[in-house]
Design a protein around this ligand. Structure first.
Ligand code: PLP
Length: 330
């Protein structure tokens, strides 16, 4: 059986990885600044990560969400402490798209409305409601296009209020720093304006922190630079350092009921062991402070790059913008 050919592949075959390095089958050593699409948060094969996951799999790796799993509670409590989102509740699932899918679904249950507002160049994953919240027509199949979504320009509070005032919008979903879209970030007035408008019109404010969360920006969440209180926060990528795990943090104004959300694998023992280890290492090794230091160093050094227009992003979520196509730099 051949593989369904959806990924254009680089001709590289990593066979091992350690810390910030990846090695291919010829033992060529690569400095990994990509982190498997912004996933590796505490370094490859961190000794604690290897030890904790190995020990956990030798005890119990998975059972089901119909039994007690104290690791989920430990994860929630450590997450509350490190993120400072102390009064939120946690629902665990498996990927970034699934986190956003559940966030949108929960917003719709909570408000009893069904339209979604998202922003140009945003990306929230490829499941049905999540992919419909993008303006990339190439990835929206006809089955996804039936979702009611309005895409607005970043910064356009006027159009946002006009849309919300019709009272049919369940959620506004946004990345505070766009990942796939190219590291754009808007103003405090814009984000704080969304927060106020969502509260005024009984609409859930969803912070998609799938790529920008878990300390990557130097703060635990990118939204924490602003005076906002999202109703739902989506997390994934850096959360498991490569182990598939994701979740949503849910504000206590949104109430749980049995069966409202669910998943077979979400929050399994191994996923929890991975995510708990990530939180422990971020705390013990002061990785958020480190992100700020490395970022300042990178920004300072980037001033030496000829023809650089600007540095975009924050912390370790950084990119360089030039006035001309990148290929011309070589
Ligand atoms: N949200 C954001 C901001 C992302 O960057 C991504 C993936 O790149 C997703 C959601 C989807 O995550 P996943 O690929 O784990 O479904």
């Amino acid at each position: 059986m051949s593989l369904f050919n959806v990924y254009p592949l680089f001709d590289i075959t990593p066979v091992k990885a350690q810390d910030v390095y990846v090695f291919d089958e010829k033992n060529t050593k690569y400095l990994d600044l990509y982190g498997g699409h912004a996933v590796i948060s505490i370094g490859h094969s961190h000794p604690k990560y290897v030890q904790n996951i190995s020990e956990q799999v030798s005890k119990i790796g998975f059972y089901s969400n119909s039994i007690q799993n104290p690791l989920q509670k430990e994860l929630a409590s450590k997450l509350a402490e490190l993120s400072d989102c102390k009064n939120y509740e946690l629902f665990l699932c498996n990927s970034g798209a699934e986190a956003n899918e559940n966030a949108l679904k929960l917003a719709s249950f909570h408000t009893n409305k069904k339209k979604v507002i998202a922003f140009k160049n945003g990306f929230h994953g490829r499941t049905s409601a999540a992919v419909a919240a993008t303006d990339n027509l190439k990835i929206i199949a006809p089955i996804n296009a039936q979702q009611e979504v309005e895409i607005l320009a970043l910064g356009d509070l006027e159009s946002l209020e006009k849309a919300l005032s019709k009272n049919d919008v369940c959620a506004v979903i946004i990345e505070f720093i766009q990942g796939v879209g190219g590291l754009d970030e808007n103003t405090a007035d814009f984000y704080e304006g969304i927060d106020k408008l969502c509260k005024k019109y009984n609409t859930c404010f969803i912070a998609d922190e799938v790529q920008s969360g878990f300390g990557r920006t130097g703060d635990f969440f990118a939204f924490q630079k602003y005076n906002v209180t999202p109703d739902i926060i989506s997390i994934a990528k850096g959360m498991g350092n490569g182990f598939p795990v994701s979740g949503i943090l849910i504000h206590p104004t949104i109430k749980a009921s049995f069966g409202l959300l669910g998943t077979t694998f979400g929050g399994n023992h191994l996923a929890c062991a991975a995510a708990i280890t990530v939180l422990d290492v971020i705390k013990e090794e002061k990785l958020m402070e480190n992100a700020k230091e490395i970022s300042a160093y990178f920004i300072e050094k980037s001033k030496e790059i000829p023809k650089l227009k600007k540095v975009k992003g924050r912390g370790l979520m950084l990119g360089l913008e030039f006035d001309f196509p990148i290929a011309e730099i070589r």
